[in-house]
Design a protein around this ligand. Sequence first.
Ligand SMILES: Nc1ncnc2c1ncn2[C@@H]1O[C@H](COP(=O)(O)OP(=O)(O)O)[C@@H](O)[C@H]1O
Ligand SMILES: [Mg+2]
Length: 310
Amino acid sequence: MNGSVPGGPGGEAIPSCAPGQQERRELLHVDCASHVYPDGTRGIHELCFRVYEGEIVALCGPNGAGKSTLIEHLNGLLQPSSGRVTVLGKETGGKGGAELWRFVGVVFQRSDDQLFAPTVLDDVMFGPLNLGLPPDQATRRARDALAAVGAPDLEAKMPAYLSGGQKRLVAIAGILAMDPLIIAFDEPTSDLDPVHGAVIEGIIRDLRDRRGKSVVLATHDLDLASRIADRVCLVKGGSLIADGSPREIFYNQDLLKAAGLLEPAPVRFFRDLCREYGIETTDRPLTLEEISRSPVFSRYGEGSGRKKLE
Ligand SMILES: Nc1ncnc2c1ncn2[C@@H]1O[C@H](COP(=O)(O)OP(=O)(O)O)[C@@H](O)[C@H]1O
Ligand SMILES: [Mg+2]
């Protein structure tokens, strides 16, 4: 991918905010930002990160790497102690920066932090009303957003009594109703069962493919990132140590090890299989489906169809 900067195997931070070379429009730029919490803990350190139009970019790193701290800088909830964050060229801490939450919506890891109104509909309407829309339009936006996440039947419920998966859907609807350019998800599937996880994954894909949104996905679930991300950034010790395509990053074992991560399960499976059978290949499948279509196995599909791997 253009503009990718794979980090060194030592996991050293990418040293500077080199100009982005992507053909897509740059929407957001975290320019060498650091954040020190009041107790002196370093959340992020001289971190450089960009978001482009219409992409899903995954921020991958182990617990404590700085993913959530970075996410909270994207809509100005946190301000950098040094460096700056710009959205559409405007600094989040500068004049007019207070308005930038309109362009960047954040779905927090704990949905309880986001839901507070007496009913689901009130909750999802809150954003559009805050944008200044009249109540009838805000209601329409909220209902459309609840339909988009497949939860129109929840509108009269009390948020406190929803299941974890339902709360996450409502929290996403609340952000969708504001129609931001960028939606950042902090560990969106970490506490969900596989069925709800798959629903959220489908919603994230749809945001990019059908609504043209940019999505930032903070996750330590590399299997999820390998399925849906267009670009992967590895975060370690508060800094970005790599920025590249999923195939570049997830097939670089040294880099993943340096970041404190394990390769996605399909990558590990494919690599082990090739090693076991002595297969040399430059193919880099990321999903089980891609593995099943790998040229490595094409000779087994010749002729009448199914043949056993001997
Ligand atoms: N409110 C806070 N006060 C002090 N330290 C914090 C706070 N929030 C996060 N940290 C620290 O900042 C670092 C990065 O944390 P975080 O951004 O939550 O990482 P991640 O989301 O990747 O798990 C960690 O060392 C964490 O302990
Ligand atoms: Mg986190």
